[in-house]
Write a protein of this length. Structure first.
Length: 282
């Protein structure tokens, strides 16, 4: 099509590659200034007293004798950097270690080093020698399967002696086994633990059902008991002038008043103690 890439016709000559034309070498540039002479106004290799060298740009190096301030050899050997290793001489691997001698050289120079110091015993039978000949043409007519069966059938059974143990001569005869004693001890410890738990539980219940009276409660009870004692005593005094008890009711009433007065006095005496514990369940 118009405007596209040009169409290249196929040809058998295109299969042969064209010859390679070598590129011409450009001549190497070589400066007209010698490489040993420092450039103009150079500051390399100078001491502190001289800071610039070759200001005129001379092509030949000038030596001023004792006034030359270059750090060439001075008086202490080569200039700095002269003892650095040569980069062209690379230190190879194991170049400073002695080389292992070959087996051929050891056989020639030191054959005694190849002699073993200790011989290990062989576990295999030696190979028969050339002059040792095995016995040939040995044939047996024995039937080993039948012979083996007959030998086992006719063989007498082995007698197994079973020794009857003598229990009367044992060390622990007539003694309680140790495991039973241990079990009994464990059971007793469990019972004691359960008993202590029950006692602690009962004590907690008992402590939760009783309490100590306060001073105000004690004083209120004492005042109430005194008032009751006054009332009972008034009723009792009303019957003290009767000297002749002609009826059973009068006698019983008098004994009742006396018992009530004695009980009230005992209760008042108990309430006068320092600590009074009462049962809250009653």
């Amino acid at each position: 099509m118009f405007g596209g890439d040009p169409v290249v016709e196929e040809s058998i000559y295109n299969m042969i590659p064209p010859p390679v034309v070598p590129l011409p070498k450009v001549p190497v540039h070589k400066s007209k200034f010698p490489g040993t002479v420092p450039p103009s106004a150079s500051t390399f290799g100078l001491s502190r007293s001289v800071s610039v060298k070759n200001i005129a740009g001379e092509l030949k190096e000038r030596h001023l004798g004792h006034q030359d301030y270059r750090k060439s050899h001075a008086s202490l050997g080569l200039p700095p950097g002269s003892f650095q290793p040569d980069p062209t001489k690379i230190l190879g691997k194991c170049s400073k270690t002695p080389k292992v001698a070959s087996l051929l050289s050891v056989k020639k120079s030191n054959p005694e080093l190849l002699v073993p110091t200790q011989l290990k015993a062989s576990f295999k039978a030696p190979v028969p020698k050339r002059d040792e000949k095995p016995i040939m043409n040995l044939v047996s007519s024995k039937n080993f399967v039948t012979a083996n069966a007959v030998e086992n059938i006719l063989a007498a059974p082995k007698k197994v002696v079973q020794e009857v143990p003598d229990y009367l001569n044992k060390d622990d005869y007539g003694k309680v086994p140790a495991y039973l004693t241990q079990i009994k001890r464990d059971i007793d410890e469990e019972y004691d633990y359960i008993r202590r738990l029950q006692e602690e539980e009962e004590e907690e219940i008992r402590n939760s059902q009783v309490r100590q009276l306060t001073e105000d409660e004690k004083n209120a009870l004492i005042e109430g008991l005194k008032a009751k004692w006054e009332k009972v005593n008034t009723d009792y005094q009303a019957t003290t002038h009767i000297t002749y008890m002609d009826t059973v009711g009068k006698k019983i009433r008098k004994e009742k008043y006396e018992a009530m007065l004695m009980q009230i006095e005992r209760d008042i005496e108990k309430l006068h103690k320092r600590a009074v514990i009462v049962d809250v369940t009653c």
